[in-house]
Design a protein around this ligand. Sequence first.
Ligand SMILES: Nc1ncnc2c1ncn2[C@@H]1O[C@H](COP(=O)(O)OP(=O)(O)OP(=O)(O)O)[C@@H](O)[C@H]1O
Ligand SMILES: [Mg+2]
Length: 256
Amino acid sequence: MNAMADEGSIDLLNGRFLRGELAELEQKMLLEVFSKYVSHVDGMVNDGKEATVYRCLGHDNEYYAAKVYRDRRFRAFANESSYMDAASIGDRRLAKAIRQRTKTGRRTSQRLWIDREWQALNVLYEAGASVPEPVDKAPDAILMELVGSDGAAAPMLAQMKLDRSEAETAFKAILLDIEVLLDCELIHGDLSAYNILYQNGRPRLIDLPQVLDIHGPGDNFAPFLRDIENIATFFERQGLCPDPLEISIKLWRRYV
Ligand SMILES: Nc1ncnc2c1ncn2[C@@H]1O[C@H](COP(=O)(O)OP(=O)(O)OP(=O)(O)O)[C@@H](O)[C@H]1O
Ligand SMILES: [Mg+2]
């Protein structure tokens, strides 16, 4: 079985691998592609629908998070075709392959998602947003700061029950981050309490492959409003009364 194909990436999920075998292959791949930073892969943080996140121990004894994307999982992205068009890809044959989801197309599409998340992480981290610090990128994976403490990943905001003052502080911090994104001309595009980690009172935004440009293509106010509505829904449950439409309009007018 030739697991290490093509620049250290794994051509996986053709139905021949069991989950455990797959995890083993992915961990081997991570050790290889991130050998400059990682000395040991120390289990899974999360096995999600679009990516698996592994906890890695660095040569510096710090913990890192490695997010591994997989071919099969990209079928879950709903808005893929909205901006992965021929123009943005610059290759009509590839664009067609992506639309038709051929093997080459799926792999290219996967890499565009990884590139997109990597770029967004870098731009936003540099701009001061509370995203994990990006460390390194491989064809199928991103290495970044493990958000948490003492090697334990922080919980998702969605799992938290906050008191009023914690909720107010967290909500303000998230709105400031949303302003940093807007200032970078970006919308998260999948923001919710599930894509925010709560690290000792500090919200940290994660999961950025679907970031959108505030200037389109198309009118991106609707996805922006949806992001704000998702956040507002969580904070309503914590006793706040945010008005997502008012907040969205105010921010949109200020930045777009
Ligand atoms: N840098 C990080 N530090 C700590 N935990 C992380 C980090 N990045 C991701 N995680 C964990 O992995 C989970 C999945 O990551 P992410 O949301 O980026 O991927 P996903 O493709 O949306 O997966 P899912 O389908 O589970 O939402 C997160 O909910 C979080 O628990
Ligand atoms: Mg997620």
